[in-house]
Design a protein around this ligand. Structure first.
Ligand code: CTP
Length: 214
């Protein structure tokens, strides 16, 4: 099994020194990469800027902006059997990146923002037999919104979690299928949740496990 994992936040620059981002630590994605390597899988990690060391034995591409994450992911996905999109991607970016440094105006400023690329939606649209697992970070109507996201991004499954997961050492996730069925619930330290997710994928998708289980 060869898996692509996206992890961490992305950054969108207003000028050469200022950016918009979020508080993602990258811990969930890195824990998944570690669990997948420990399971004997080949791992391609596309990581936004985080303060973590990638696990030994995984191929890592360091990116900063959403466009860079999109380009690395779209390039690597065809060589993989599936993707887990754990990155907390910026949804918007300033319409223009100002060269140098914006100066104070003495009054309020308005920044026009446009949507970034949706990395997972693009991978889902091009999956062609590969499996696709997304995350859904939901504050309101969690199940309904997560299922809409799953369908919109052509995922096979989506892991529903709450905004409290961002930057935290623990996580609590619900694995949803396209028909709305709950396939599993896992909670605890991110390393443990990651192991359970990888074991679940291995048991249902990994040809080696299927042979061993039959
Ligand atoms: N995602 C992505 N590219 C984006 C936005 C999100 O690949 N531009 C992925 C995330 O990695 C995650 C899934 O899509 O696996 C859902 O992310 P989430 O932030 O919950 O949803 P959004 O699509 O950003 O929608 P919204 O913020 O409106 O809830």
């Amino acid at each position: 099994m060869r898996v692509l994992i996206t992890a961490g936040p992305t950054r969108e620059y207003l000028d050469d020194v200022r950016y918009l981002s979020n508080a993602s630590s990258g811990r969930m994605g890195y824990a998944l990469a570690e669990a997948a390597v420990a399971h004997g899988w080949e791992v391609v990690l596309v990581s936004g800027p985080v303060d973590l060391t990638p696990p030994d034995g995984c191929e890592t591409w360091h990116v900063e902006t959403t466009a860079e994450m999109r380009n690395a992911s779209v390039r690597e996905f065809p060589r993989c059997d599936g993707v887990i999109a754990a990155a907390a991607v910026c949804d918007y970016k300033p319409k223009e990146r100002v060269e140098g440094k914006l100066s104070k105006t003495g009054g309020p400023v308005t920044i026009e923002m446009i949507e970034t690329d949706d990395v997972l939606a693009e991978l889902g649209a091009a999956k062609d037999g590969r499996w696709v697992m997304g995350f859904a970070l939901e504050a309101r109507n969690p199940r309904e919104n997560a299922l809409q996201k799953l369908r919109r991004k052509n995922c096979d499954w989506i892991l529903l979690n709450a905004p409290t997961a961002i930057g935290s050492a623990d996580n609590s996730v619900e694995l949803l299928a396209p028909d709305g069925q709950t396939l599993a619930n896992w909670s605890g330290p991110k390393a443990q949740v990651a192991r359970e997710i990888i074991e679940w994928i291995a048991a249902t998708q990994d040809p080696r496990s299927k042979i061993q289980n039959s």
